[in-house]
Design a protein around this ligand. Structure first.
Ligand code: AMP
Ligand code: GLY
Length: 424
């Protein structure tokens, strides 16, 4: 069979999705818009921005694309999935309405409350004075969140009332994140360990992935500022299959049903970020797409035809038995450019990728890379994801770091403790 696929996005997540889609016996050609230097090895990059729905649509019609897969949330937020569906083109990705579980934190909290989905106590505010009055009744830490998308930076975990007041003023009065801060959520602090879960849905039913864990801070020991994610593991050894079942029953299933009853079917990947504390599981946030770097580890272990799986979701025909997994563990270590996350260095020459890829069980997914002449060079931000699989978590970790040791570029930053958190 010769199916043609279009993947929308340009990160390591999209390289991983494109790589696994290309592995499908049904897939002949993968296009990636706009892609990176790594996706250009798997398929053909197309120079269209991921929010330009009309151009993406034109391209998909011209090339007779069989299935489009949205990686990057900005595409969903821009209504790309709605436009494709209106034109009867198959697409895996959420509508603008369903994306609100991620794009509006206030909507997401109200939705969870109305569906009795476990999450921290909260209140939404449009008025800074009311928010300031409310926090005085609270004992810190208190969490302040800008309502809209703020590139992962709109959340402040305030350790004191003064810090909380400053956060409210910065978000709502100084508008540090623009209109994303017209509204805020003030939420109780949740203690515990953060875990990522993912579920694929066709709008009616959903299948759960194993748990994964990101490492958000830039430095070892979870120190320093938050980033997009510095590395991930899957599965998480201490998260049981009973807990995943509980996440399905108490979180994923009510979300899919609740959205459908509101007329906004969720077709895509639901990624609830959780806080787990003993027996207690709470939702910190919903995302309406694959995590990055979580997608990179999932794609190493998924053991079925990804094209068929995503097509079934897009066609509303998802079956619980559609998905299977390789036994073992996957690890991804992110290599980031100098200055990340505050700034990022560009055009540094990267060496060693080819040698690292010769090691067994290693696959490298590109993120911020470009080709200049014969060289791969950095294009800022997160640059590469070095992924490894192993029978045990420790084997996977050791293999990943053996490969990391072979790769070099100026100012390369990475964490040396991915997957090495104490297991609870
Ligand atoms: P979010 O964008 O909502 O995922 O928040 C970013 C980060 O802030 C999360 O990954 C958590 O580390 C932290 N965070 C958010 N909400 C809470 C909460 N209620 N309690 C503790 N930490 C939180
Ligand atoms: N792993 C964090 C994110 O994708 O939002």
């Amino acid at each position: 069979m010769n199916k043609k696929v279009l993947v929308i996005g340009s990160g390591g997540r999209e390289h991983a999705l494109a790589w696994k889609l290309k592995d499908s016996p049904q897939v002949d050609k993968v296009y990636i818009a706009p892609g990176n230097a790594g996706t250009a090895i798997v398929g053909e990059n197309v120079d269209i921005n991921f929010t330009d729905g009309q151009k993406l649509l034109q391209f998909a019609k011209l090339k007779e694309i069989d299935l489009t897969v949205i990686g990057q949330e900005a595409a969903s937020e821009a209504g790309v999935a709605d436009l494709f569906r209106k034109n009867n083109l198959l697409i895996f990705g959420t509508s603008k309405e369903a994306t609100r579980v991620e794009s509006s934190k206030a909507f997401s909290k109200d939705f969870m409350k109305s569906e009795s989905i476990p999450t921290a106590e909260y209140r939404n505010f449009d008025n800074p004075q009311e928010a300031l009055d409310y926090i005085r009744s609270k004992i810190p830490p208190i969490v302040i969140k800008a309502d809209g998308l703020a590139a992962g930076k709109g959340v402040v975990v305030a350790q004191s009332l003064t810090e909380a007041e400053e956060a409210i003023k910065s978000i709502m009065v100084q508008k540090t994140f623009g209109d994303a801060g017209n509204r805020i959520v003030v939420e109780d602090f949740l203690a515990g360990q953060e875990v990522s879960t993912h579920a694929l849905s066709d709008g009616n039913t959903a299948v759960m992935f194993p748990a994964s864990q990101d490492h958000k801070q830039i430095f070892d020991g979870d120190k320093g500022p938050n980033t997009g994610g510095m590395g991930a593991i899957t599965p998480v050894p201490w998260v049981s299959s009973e807990q995943i079942q509980e996440v399905y029953q108490k979180i994923v299933s009510p979300t899919i049903k609740g959205l459908k009853s509101r007329g906004s079917e969720f077709v895509g990947c639901l990624y609830p970020g959780l806080m787990i504390n003993g027996d207690e599981i709470n939702v910190i946030e919903f995302n309406s797409r694959f995590g990055d770097p979580e997608a990179e580890v999932y794609m190493r272990l998924v053991d079925c035809d990804l094209y068929q799986l995503l097509e079934n979701c897009a066609q509303g025909k998802l079956n619980k038995n559609d998905i299977s997994w390789i036994n073992g563990y996957a690890v991804s270590v992110v290599l980031a450019s100098a200055g990340y996350p505050e700034s990022s260095s560009k055009s540094d020459i990267i060496t060693g990728i080819e040698n690292a890829e010769k090691l067994s069980d290693i696959v490298i997914f590109h993120a911020g890379t470009k080709k200049e002449g014969n060289n791969f060079v950095t294009a800022g931000g997160r640059v590469l994801n070095v992924t490894a699989i192993g029978e045990t978590l420790n084997q996977a970790i050791d293999k990943a770091y053996e490969a990391v040791d072979l790769i070099k570029f100026d100012g390369m930053q990475y964490r040396t403790d991915i997957g090495r958190r104490p297991q609870t």
